[in-house]
Design a protein around this ligand. Structure first.
Ligand code: UDP
Ligand code: MG
Length: 320
């Protein structure tokens, strides 16, 4: 049986690239169908993440022109992770395999064919891994690689140099739907689902047009979210730092008492000020990190919906 494939593509203000890349996606889908690798019912689903430009108009006209194109629109911009998640949940009951890919042409569409091959060989998750980062600037490469190493050191299981280009089977998606967290960090969550997985290498290219939506600030916040959503190691580190500080303070206290008893006590204003500043700083960082986790818990307990779809290019009742 040839699997029904859906390519899920998040788009946010991508009017410049969509007319170009939509062709590439359709060509790949057509050749996979012609090669007999996937079912004729396979399709492409664009997720408009609340764009303010002509992205949605482009998606609707693509859907009118070819039945293999379809689109859903988020009621507002919610970020890349939630857009991908919305697309995955939309198709989880109608497709056998789903590939998520960015819409800017950076990820090589030809890797989809290799991913499907891996799926046919028995993998339920196939991670797209960048073979090199030559197309990136030194800064992007350095920060990205530090990001993966940092995650690994915090105990977050991620596939090195894998972003959100991956194939997942419907079996995995059904299980994934049971992950109820609101703070989404998909590349750290899928390895937790388990099942047999494999990787496919591809060359990451430059953006075809438009600009990246991930400036340094957003990248740092994604890294921080990734760590705090999937690891409690920073909390443990505070405890260890607290214990070490307490130990050093104890030694210092003994030393100051002995000095006092020996009549060697000096004014000691500078030393005292330094210690107060140091302890104050350490405590504030500790409280800050604990606060981050409380903030996360606060967002989680509200159980707000993770996505809201305002429009579809098709009648949803057909899938119900
Ligand atoms: N994206 C999205 N919502 C956002 C930001 C980005 O759906 O709030 C989409 C964007 O259209 C693209 C993908 O996520 O398809 C990756 O974004 P981008 O190319 O800007 O990031 P980069 O590749 O530079 O990390
Ligand atoms: Mg990109």
């Amino acid at each position: 049986m040839r699997p029904v494939l859906t390519i899920v593509i998040p788009c946010y203000n991508e009017e410049k690239v969509l007319p170009i890349t939509s062709r590439m996606f359709l060509d790949e889908l057509t050749s996979l169908t012609n090669e007999g690798k996937i079912s004729d019912d396979s399709k492409i689903l664009f997720v408009d993440d609340g764009s303010s430009d002509k992205t949605w108009e482009i998606i609707t006209s693509l859907a009118n022109a070819d039945r293999r194109f379809s689109g859903i629109r988020q009621s507002r911009n919610r970020g890349h992770q939630n857009a991908v998640f919305a697309g995955l949940m939309e198709v989880k009951d109608t497709s056998d395999v789903t590939v998520t890919i960015d819409c800017d042409g950076q990820d090589d569409v030809h890797a989809i064919s290799k991913m499907v091959d891996e799926y046919m060989k028995g993998s339920e998750i196939v991670y797209g891994v960048r073979s090199s980062r030559d197309a990136d600037t030194f800064f992007k490469r350095f920060t990205a690689e530090t990001f993966y190493k940092l995650l690994a050191s915090m105990g977050v299981e991620v596939v090195f140099n894998h972003a959100d280009y991956r194939l997942v089977s419907s079996k995995v998606l059904q299980e994934f739907a049971g992950f109820r967290e609101v703070n989404l960090f998909l590349r750290g969550m899928f390895p937790l689902v388990g099942f047999k997985s494999s990787t496919v290498c591809y060359q990451r290219k430059e953006r075809i047009a438009g600009e990246s939506h991930y400036p340094i600030g957003k990248m740092l916040s994604l890294a921080f979210d990734g760590i705090t959503s999937l690891s409690v190691k920073p909390l443990r580190m505070i405890t260890v730092a607290g214990l070490l500080t307490a130990l050093i303070s104890f030694v210092g206290a003994v030393w100051s008492i002995v000095s006092h008893a020996a009549g060697n006590a000096v004014d000691g204003w500078t030393g005292m000020t330094c210690i107060i500043c140091f302890i104050g700083g350490v405590q504030l960082i500790g409280v800050g990190v604990v606060g981050e986790y409380i903030g996360k818990i606060y967002m989680e307990v509200k159980r707000r919906p993770r996505y809201i779809i305002s429009e579809r290019t098709y009648d949803n009742s057909r899938d119900a």
